[in-house]
Design a protein around this ligand. Structure first.
Ligand code: TRP
Length: 333
């Protein structure tokens, strides 16, 4: 029996290189080895965007197109829309009795997200909704609905997996052995840095290279990338480690990396020509993804039918869990 992978991603914008190298690239491999479920977590996206449903809806399709264009294969992975699996919402209600408010507020992921919100919207803790504080419970429902064995996530998500494991243990203790405790499959890829040198590439930071960026946008963005600030003239020697252009040369595996590095150190390479080389390589890297995106944009009914089929499959899987859970809780009538 193949082990089950369950992962999710919020539809809040297009995928960028941070998503690709941090998560999706790994999923492309995992889908060949495991029974893979990839959830488009639109309900979770709504915890932050409940007042902007059209943004979430649009991004469900955008995300599906991005994932398919990267090579997520609907024959291998079940790609589905969270909101359409009502079992997840039901499980969330049942699990909510097993979690204290204090425990949710102590969840490091929730805690740091609340701090970020306060920094953005002022110090009125009241803007934090019940749904937001409770999203780890909903994520535990995501995971257990599909009997996930392994949950591929980044480090920031570990507290959510731990909280899920606690819920599972408590459920099994009270209602009898029913649910499986998942393990995190920690991503080994380091966080991808932004064009401005920030440790994190992110939409809100405005420093991201998107998989759907066209050639002109790529050119503009890379031309603005941060380089070694001590290098002023074209033939000044510089330190590649301080340069984002070199960082991306490495990330997308420029075959001439050694030359780039040694020329940069010697002052034998100007930043403009180095950037042009990167623009060229970045476009080559993105081209196959762009080509597939064009295909799906031209054939939206194919995307619709992939999501429909995936969601139906997911629903069947979640139903099996639901039946067991209701029986254990003595609410099957
Ligand atoms: N919280 C995850 C994120 O923001 C997305 C997510 C939703 C998820 N449901 C999940 C991840 C289930 C793993 C398992 O990235």
């Amino acid at each position: 029996m193949k082990k089950t992978i369950l992962t999710g991603i919020r539809p809040t914008g297009n995928l960028h290189l941070g998503h690709y190298f941090g998560a999706v690239k790994n999923w492309l491999k995992l889908q060949n080895e495991y029974e893979t479920n990839i959830e488009i977590a639109d309900v979770q996206a709504l915890t932050d965007n409940f007042d902007n449903p059209s943004k979430v809806r649009k991004n469900v399709y955008e995300l599906a197109i991005d994932l398919l264009s990267c090579g997520i294969n609907p024959e291998k992975a079940t790609l589905y829309i969270q909101s359409q699996i009502s079992e997840i919402a039901e499980l969330t209600v049942f699990y909510s009795n097993l979690v204290t408010m204090a425990r949710l507020y102590r969840n490091p992921t929730v805690k740091s997200e609340i701090t970020q919100k306060k920094a953005l919207f002022g110090n009125s803790g009241e803007s934090v909704t019940y749904g937001f504080v409770g999203y780890p419970v909903s994520q535990a429902a995501d995971i257990t609905a599909f009997n996930g064995d392994l949950i591929p996530v980044g480090e920031d998500q570990l507290p959510l997996i731990e909280q899920c494991r606690e819920i599972v243990r408590k459920f099994n203790n009270i209602y009898g052995e029913t649910l499986k405790e998942p393990d995190a499959l920690l991503s080994t890829s380091p966080r991808i840095k932004g064009l401005d040198g920030n440790e994190k590439m992110g939409k809100s930071l405005g420093n991201a290279i998107y998989l759907c960026d066209n050639e002109e946008t790529i050119s503009k963005k890379i031309m603005s990338a941060v380089t070694d600030t001590n290098k002023i003239r074209k033939d000044d020697p510089a330190e590649p480690e301080k340069c984002m252009v070199f960082y991306y040369h490495k990330l997308i595996e420029n075959p001439n990396l050694d030359t780039v590095c040694s020329e940069c150190k010697k002052g034998a390479r100007g930043c403009v020509s180095c950037k042009k080389e990167l623009i060229n390589n970045m476009n080559k890297f993105l081209e196959p993804i762009r080509e597939k995106r064009k295909y799906y944009e031209k054939n939206p009914e194919i995307v619709e039918s992939i999501l429909k089929k995936g969601t139906e499959e997911a629903k069947q899987k979640a139903k099996v869990t639901m039946k067991k859970v209701k029986k254990a809780m003595m609410i099957e009538y």
